[in-house]
Ligand binder design. Structure first.
Ligand code: ADP
Ligand code: ZN
Length: 209
């Protein structure tokens, strides 16, 4: 099954997509993670993307589409995949429709106040990539592996605001785009725990699968 995850930054797309990946045994494809890796490895795509990401802007469609196209051609995508963070614009969704058949678009709906609190409190482990909220941390090291924790540049307050504005303007129209195709399913997540919200995501998926 080919699944697209929709939702504002900080909605929990990555967390839920990772669980679903393990359960369904299909890859999670996160364009944000791919760009962050490319930046670490200092590839041309990474250097190009960084200029946009640090400001909370979207990387140009051509760059993202080319990267996703290459990734979807890899053998592990043959039995399905979860796209997390792509498409982010109507142009990307149209490009995706020319290279793949999407079965379900899962929209993770979370109120703005929750998003802002989550993103500004998010810390990432430099060693294992795990993400944690400051309110749940005891010290300043990763609770999973002891690695150093840091705040993503784009989780700083001014950039968070910009990412939410960009989401409303560029990405929210995709909700309609997939609704018109009849493949949209929405999970209304609230301030419950991860398990509770994941159950809502699974229910939304099963409603369309
Ligand atoms: P989040 O969902 O938490 O905002 P991501 O890790 O998905 O973060 O993306 C981080 C940044 O990477 C985005 O703000 C954007 O600059 C860039 N990016 C990721 N995916 C895309 C995409 N599909 N189109 C354009 N830019 C993207
Ligand atoms: Zn760690």
């Amino acid at each position: 099954m080919n699944i697209v995850f929709l939702g504002p930054p900080g909605a929990g797309k990555g967390t839920h997509a990772q669980r679903l990946m393990k359960e369904m045994n299909i890859p999670q494809i996160s364009t944000g993670d791919m760009f962050r890796r490319a930046i670490r490895e200092q590839t041309p795509t990474g250097m190009d993307a960084k200029r946009y990401m640090d400001k909370g802007e979207l990387v140009p469609d051509e760059v993202v589409v080319a990267m996703v196209k290459e990734r979807l051609a890899e053998p592990d995508c043959a039995n399905g995949y979860i796209l997390d963070g792509f498409p982010r614009t109507v142009a990307q969704a149209e490009a995706l429709d020319t290279i793949a058949h999407i079965d379900v678009a899962l929209n993770i709906d979370v109120p703005d106040e929750i998003i802002i609190n989550r993103l500004s409190g998010r810390r990432v482990c430099a060693a294992c990539g795990g993400t944690f909220h400051v309110s749940l941390l005891k010290g300043d090291k990763c609770p999973e592996c002891g690695g150093e924790l840091f705040q993503r540049d784009d989780d700083k307050p001014a950039t968070v605001k910009n990412r939410l504005d960009v989401y409303q303007e560029k990405t929210a129209p995709l909700i309609d785009y997939y609704a018109k195709k009849g493949i949209l399913s929405t999970a209304k997540c609230a301030d419950g725990g991860v398990d509770e919200n994941y159950a809502l995501v699974k229910a939304a998926l099963n409603a369309k699968a």
